[in-house]
Design a binder for this molecule. Structure first.
Ligand SMILES: [Zn+2]
Ligand SMILES: [Zn+2]
Length: 258
């Protein structure tokens, strides 16, 4: 039954594909279109999403899913089992599922924040994390586009919660699906009306993470994966909040001088 995790992974990978279709038809969906392109953003980053760059992303993702993600899934199975994960009936109650998944989101965000900050140190950024930052204007598929070492390093943030709590397989499956949907939405490049950031005050979303991709590594900020409070507590969202203030004051064009 563990193989259902693989199926979950495949299903959630359809979401970025769907978003790419939306992008291709963006002229018909201007109601949710957001600005894209380095010229519009004034970010000074000489990178954009050429067809060749998008093909490279897709090819690498297929390679990494089979060469990195799949072995990790297979090797982690005995670990989860030894920590108490079960796949038999009865299913856990919704209270248990919800509590565990909220805990996973909070723990993942905390671990990811510090891991991500470490990846933004000079050597690690140059040799590892710069791969993920090849796309200054990310799209859904780039959410999983990273150096294999980073996939393993930050992947730890995703599995540490389940590893220490030994959830039911259905909870683990649901957590993985929600986690992938969350990161795809953060990278999709659109602020959808149904984005959780419209309903949850501390939720980051696409606008929050887009800011992280638009600046050079020393000025990135916005290191959290899901929520905004870690960056607020440690002062790594100051540039983003200044930009938001300028936008709301109607002087968006001055953002290039930040
Ligand atoms: Zn980064
Ligand atoms: Zn990213």
């Amino acid at each position: 039954m563990y193989i259902w995790l693989g199926l979950a992974d495949s299903v959630t990978c359809r979401y970025p594909s769907l978003l790419r279709v939306c992008e291709l038809w963006h002229s018909h969906f201007n109601w949710y279109r957001r600005r894209r392109g380095k010229e519009e953003r004034g970010c000074g980053v000489s990178k954009n999403n050429t067809p060749a760059a998008q093909e490279k992303c897709i090819t690498r993702l297929i390679l990494y899913h089979f060469g990195v993600n799949l072995p990790v899934m297979l090797l982690s199975y005995p670990v989860f089992r030894s920590m108490g994960m079960r796949s038999s009936l009865p299913l856990p109650s919704w209270n248990v599922i919800l509590t565990q998944i909220i805990f996973y989101f909070i723990l993942e965000d905390f671990v990811f924040y510090w891991g991500h900050r470490v990846l933004h140190t000079k050597w690690l950024y140059k040799h590892v994390h710069s791969v993920h930052h090849e796309y200054a204007t990310p799209f859904g598929l780039t959410s999983e586009y990273a150096h294999p070492a980073e996939i393993l390093f930050l992947g730890f943030a995703t599995i540490v919660g389940p590893a220490i709590t030994g959830p039911h397989l259905i909870t683990l499956w649901l957590w993985m699906v929600l986690r992938v949907l969350e990161t795809v939405e953060a990278h999709c490049g659109y602020h959808f009306p149904w984005s959780p950031s419209n309903f949850l005050p501390l939720y980051g979303g696409a606008d929050f993470h887009d800011y992280h991709h638009r600046l050079l590594y020393t000025k990135s900020g916005n290191y959290s994966s899901t929520f905004t409070y870690m960056d607020w507590i440690f002062g790594t969202d100051q540039g983003y909040r200044k930009l938001k203030a300028l936008k709301s004051a109607g002087v968006e064009d001055n953002s290039k001088h930040l």
